[in-house]
Design a protein around this ligand. Structure first.
Ligand SMILES: C[S@@+](CC[C@H](N)C(=O)[O-])C[C@H]1O[C@@H](n2cnc3c(N)ncnc32)[C@H](O)[C@@H]1O
Length: 255
């Protein structure tokens, strides 16, 4: 377990802001969640590596992020086996670890939204779907992709902390990201601002480069996350360590 706290005596001045602690583990999402106690996290924000989209894209110009499954390819990363049975186990574990009267945000591409999105309703009260408008055209064989979807749901009853947000979030995608599929911190920051209070524990079982962790710390929350890929965990740990020490995000320096 790795946990660091900002604001100690030896930390630079920038860390005096109320940054929280973080703990990032190299683990499969299900093993990770199974290791957490019941009702132990306050908010889940996550961006799973769905395999379904790549299955659908194979008929076109190949997969979106290089050739998966080849560890010598630095754009390679694991896919989550997202058949409905595995996905239901994942959602069941998310429900178990989430405290009562708390929120969850799960990101979906178009294909996984159609195949898996409805399952969220078996475990949580789905309150809405947010569209992430990436503001720049991506790839696509028909209409070129510019959006992803975020299912917003609750366990029990909880109001949003922010009532000024629309259900379309225009946040530019990251150009030349350091990590494949790295998402903008701003995206997670909106989720955390809308559904957390300072001191909440934010959880991301597919944390990748740690963008959700930066958002949690920025908002005065603690963070616990996992990724099955040790390289992702190295990147995320280094990123959050540097963010806590300097107040600067090395993977989004322009923020
Ligand atoms: C879409 S990326 C997340 C990117 C992240 N939101 C960011 O901004 O960097 C999905 C991540 O899930 C990880 N992953 C794939 N299968 C997994 C599994 N079974 N358990 C945990 N993580 C997994 C991949 O290694 C990848 O880093």
């Amino acid at each position: 377990m790795i946990a660091r706290t900002a604001g100690n005596d030896s930390a630079p001045a920038a860390s005096v802001r109320a940054l929280g602690t973080f703990d990032i583990r190299t683990q499969d999402c299900i093993d990770f969640l199974r290791g957490l106690p019941d009702a132990s996290v306050d908010l889940i924000v996550t961006d799973p590596a769905y395999s379904g989209m790549n299955r659908h894209l194979r008929f076109g110009h190949g997969r979106i992020v290089g050739h998966y499954g080849k560890p010598d390819n630095d754009r390679w990363f694991h896919e989550f086996s997202d058949d409905p049975e595995s996905y239901a186990v994942f959602l069941g574990e998310c429900h178990r670890v989430l405290r009562q009267d708390r929120h969850v945000y799960i990101m979906f591409d178009t294909f996984s939204m159609l195949s898996l999105g409805a399952l969220v309703r078996d475990f949580f009260d789905v309150k809405g779907v947010v569209v992430w408008d990436k503001m720049h055209l991506g790839m696509g064989h028909y209409f070129r992709r510019r959006h992803e979807q975020i299912v917003f749901a609750s366990k029990g009853r909880r109001k949003l902390s922010r009532r000024d947000l629309p259900d379309v979030w225009a946040v530019p995608r990251i150009h030349r990201a350091a990590y494949p599929t790295q998402k903008p911190v701003k995206l997670f920051e909106l989720m955390v601002q809308a559904s957390a209070e300072p001191g909440f524990l934010v959880c991301d079982p597919f944390c990748g480069s740690g963008s959700s962790g930066v958002a949690a710390l920025l908002t005065g929350c603690d963070f616990i996350g996992a990724d099955v890929d040790a390289r992702a965990v190295d990147i995320a740990e280094d990123r959050l360590t540097r963010f806590v020490a300097t107040g600067q995000d090395p993977l989004e320096p322009a923020r």
